[in-house]
Design a protein around this ligand. Structure first.
Ligand SMILES: [Zn+2]
Length: 242
């Protein structure tokens, strides 16, 4: 297995200029290896998705929280900026023709999930506001907006960031859309396998989403696999179908 990260030597963030990530799997993106400037993008880890009583609970979603907290702590330690997106829907939207009502702006269900550490310095990215012309569902955080009105993609560029780690919910919708959009926008994108979960309306949706991300040049890595894996891998249940 070559897809494990040595957290002790560099972790998710701070790859050196000439380090080719040895754990990359399925990446076909062309990267400028001058200087990598990282960011952590945490997608939609909100009560309605991550709490078992949430209106659109994603199975086992709460299991991503300690992994994401670990990544956030590492990002803070390295002064890597963090971006936390949230579904922030109006009460009425065509989006709710497809999904149960969820994450209505300002409601408890739209709050960040219990136990998720959101640093004070985190940039909050709101999406699915009902203003989007081309993405009325607001799946992609890349098009979400920060408090200053810039989109996530614009904010990343303004900060000279070229490498993003994407985690959160759900693999087969917002994580997929965010990772692919950012890859298509020229960012080097890494998704952490243990820090995502899928809705899996069809049993293989999570797996198919991972493949679609890889086809777009996204690297999917396992950070715990090498340490804990061989006995009984604590992988997302979706991988059972692989
Ligand atoms: Zn939504």
């Amino acid at each position: 297995m070559n897809n494990n990260i040595d957290l002790g030597r560099g972790g998710m963030f701070g790859l050196g200029s000439d380090d080719v990530p040895a754990y990359t799997e399925g990446s076909n993106s062309v990267m400028c290896h001058s200087v990598e400037r990282d960011a952590l993008v945490v997608v939609d880890v909100q009560q309605d998705f991550a709490n078992p009583v949430g209106s659109l609970y994603v199975k086992d979603a709460e299991q991503v929280i300690p992994v994401i907290n670990m990544l956030t702590a590492e990002a803070m330690r390295r002064n890597v900026p963090t971006f936390f997106s949230r579904d922030w829907h109006p009460e009425n939207t065509p989006h709710f023709d497809k999904w149960p009502v969820h994450c209505v702006a300002g409601t408890p269900g739209a709050g960040f999930a219990n136990g998720l550490v959101v640093p004070q310095s985190a940039n909050i990215v709101s999406k699915g506001l009902g203003l989007e012309v081309t993405d009325v569902d607001g799946y992609s955080a890349a098009n979400g907006t920060l408090i200053d009105g810039s989109t996530l993609a614009e904010a990343l560029r303004a900060a000279s960031i070229n490498s993003v780690t994407v985690v959160g919910l759900a693999t087969d919708y917002c994580v997929k859309a965010t990772a692919i959009d950012l890859a298509n926008a020229g960012f080097y994108v890494t998704v952490v396998h243990e820090a995502i979960r899928a809705v899996n309306i069809q049993p293989n949706d999570g797996r198919d989403a991972r493949r679609a991300m890889q086809d777009a040049g996204v690297s999917i890595v396992k950070i715990l696999g090498g340490v804990f894996a061989p006995k009984q891998a604590p992988a997302p249940s979706e991988s059972q179908a692989v």
